[in-house]
Design a protein around this ligand. Structure first.
Ligand code: ADP
Ligand code: MG
Length: 347
């Protein structure tokens, strides 16, 4: 039986786009968020502003919904598990436990026989010294990173500052000489059926996604391997919903998993216009127990992220018929903040 009121934790652009997809399917949404200004409140049937430890508000949320999903992976696992005791949370909270922890995530992927960047778990400066073969590298906080937050470039051991206190757990990753970055978005349904979108080619600037396009300019063998690995990961996690695997391709054409996102993904925004069923609609269908529909590509596409004050020009511009402008309606413009995106359909 399909569920009819969907709870969404988080109210950013991903939450907004999920709400819009739910509306298309006549599924009601309730969004809970600790951001009073979260843009998803403009698209949801009900918005609950709450700190994630406010028991009364969380109770109101749980009582109002049939099933729950989330738009970002950094929600404390204990809270997800509490909620899950009463109303099913999809993707399963245990999946988040793995993915929000870079050490567990990479170990999980490596155990499936899939390559990642070379990496080591780091607690102290001495650990960095013992893994100096990974330099030049990037030190990343083991948990709670996004859009390059919590990342430090280490070219040599001298970059480990004397007064640096290692207050968190980290992983050190060898820096990959990147040829390309791609991502594969998959949606897996309750009956284990799966839809795998074609690989998307991504360009980052300052560790933030700037530009995505399909088709990705990659060899057929990499196209297939990227889809196969994403399928293997989704199956191994017994995943339900839409997820994304981010990959690096190095100069030798090795395909390495960078990270997994247990949610809809920024690189998949172009699926809204380039496919009959977007990553968002597929996510809603999967978590609400609907069946897989026939997904068809409509056109090639490129997507530009609009960051910070760039949005001001876009708000004044007019657009061609093949251009689709999305303004997330965020009130406060901050440098590097994702404010909107533009998708352009191509022949
Ligand atoms: P986040 O969790 O912030 O998305 P990522 O680990 O995906 O962090 O890193 C963001 C971006 O930084 C990547 O998409 C890539 O462009 C760059 N990057 C991260 N790790 C490496 C690496 N080991 N080698 C080369 N580039 C990297
Ligand atoms: Mg990333």
């Amino acid at each position: 039986m399909s569920k009819r009121v969907l709870g969404i934790i988080g109210s950013g652009q991903l939450g907004s786009l999920l709400c819009q997809a739910a509306k298309k399917l006549n599924i009601k949404t309730i969004v809970i968020s600790d951001d009073e200004n979260g843009p998803a409140q403009n698209y949801t049937d009900k918005f609950i502003y709450s700190k994630y430890d406010d028991k009364n508000k969380i109770r109101e949320f749980i009582n109002g919904v049939d099933i729950i999903t989330y738009e970002f992976e950094n929600i404390p696992i204990s809270i997800l598990k509490e909620i899950d005791k009463e109303k099913k949370v999809l993707p399963k909270p245990e999946i988040n436990k793995i993915i929000q922890n870079r050490q567990l995530e990479k170990t999980f992927v490596n155990n499936l026989g899939i390559k990642t960047t070379k990496w080591a778990f780091i607690k102290t400066a001495k650990d960095v010294q013992q893994n100096k073969n990974l330099l030049p590298g990037i030190l990343k906080t083991n948990t709670l990173g996004y859009d390059g937050h919590g990342q430090y470039v280490l070219n040599t051991l001298n970059d480990v500052k004397k007064n640096w206190c290692f207050t968190a757990d980290y992983i050190l990753e060898k820096r990959v000489n990147l040829k390309k970055e791609i991502s594969v978005i998959v949606t897996r349904f309750k009956n284990k059926e799966i839809y795998i979108y074609e690989p998307i080619e991504n360009t980052h600037k300052d560790q933030i996604l700037k530009y995505s396009k399909i088709p990705a300019d990659i060899k057929p063998s990499i196209f297939k391997k990227a889809q196969d690995s994403a399928e293997l990961i989704a199956n191994a996690l017994d995943y339900i919903g839409t997820m994304c695997v981010e990959y690096f391709i190095d100069q030798e054409d090795s395909l390495l998993v960078n990270e997994i996102a247990p949610r809809v993904h920024n690189s998949g925004h172009l699926t809204i216009n380039a496919f009959n069923i977007s990553q968002f609609e597929n996510h809603i269908r999967a978590v609400c127990g609907l069946k897989k529909e026939n997904v068809k590509k409509i056109a090639n596409a490129e997507m530009k992220n609009i960051l910070g004050s760039e949005i001001q020009d876009y708000r004044k511009r007019s657009f061609e018929t093949e251009e689709y402008f999305f303004d997330y309606g965020k009130k406060i413009i901050k440098e590097k903040r994702k404010m909107g995106h533009l998708t352009i359909l191509k022949k």
